[in-house]
Write a protein that binds this ligand. Sequence first.
Ligand code: GAR
Length: 210
Amino acid sequence: MLRIVVLISGRGSNMEALIRARAAGDLPADIVAVISNRADAAGLATAAASGIATAVVPHGAFSDRAAFDAELARAIDAFRPGLVVLAGFMRILTPAFVTHYAGRLMNIHPSLLPAFPGLRTHERALEAGCKVHGATVHFVTADLDHGPIIAQAAVPVRPGEDAAQLAKRVLALEHVVYPRAVAWFARGELVVENGVVRVTDPAARQLVMA
Ligand code: GAR
């Protein structure tokens, strides 16, 4: 069974969606640990309540990114994961860290990449007058919020809605698309060719809301 370590920085609602999918039998994997860079991340209590091991590696305790990432990797590797899932983990990772987990490090980002990497994605999508917006699950490379795209979920932007309303609708789709993408990985259904991901399950669909 695939062993998954989830990294969070806060609320952890995507982590919760993975836990729910596992409990529902939709995710053939074990979530063996949840690790945060913040001791006050609300998601840590949720994970613990589900009987999942938790750990904190506080980024402020390290002199530089390399030292933090080295300790983070040590904490992760103690759980021997086959996949590391970033779920609202708000730290820029060093190339050494990303290389260490090449092909087994996934992220979800709240935009239709390659549009809007970085922060304030919903505000920026509205400012740009986007007519559709969404979220992307991707393998992590050394470029921030880039890497081979595994899954995307799209919603139409409603006239007059604000960033908070749009974020809420995108987040609801994140909770569907991330467990689905992780399940594809767990079932060995993702093939990366020339930086492009192919899902081998012929029934696999991307998520587009009308
Ligand atoms: C999610 O919207 C996720 O896509 C985003 O942070 C939020 C975390 O929410 N991630 C990024 O912006 C990464 N660049 P959660 O803690 O409730 O899952």
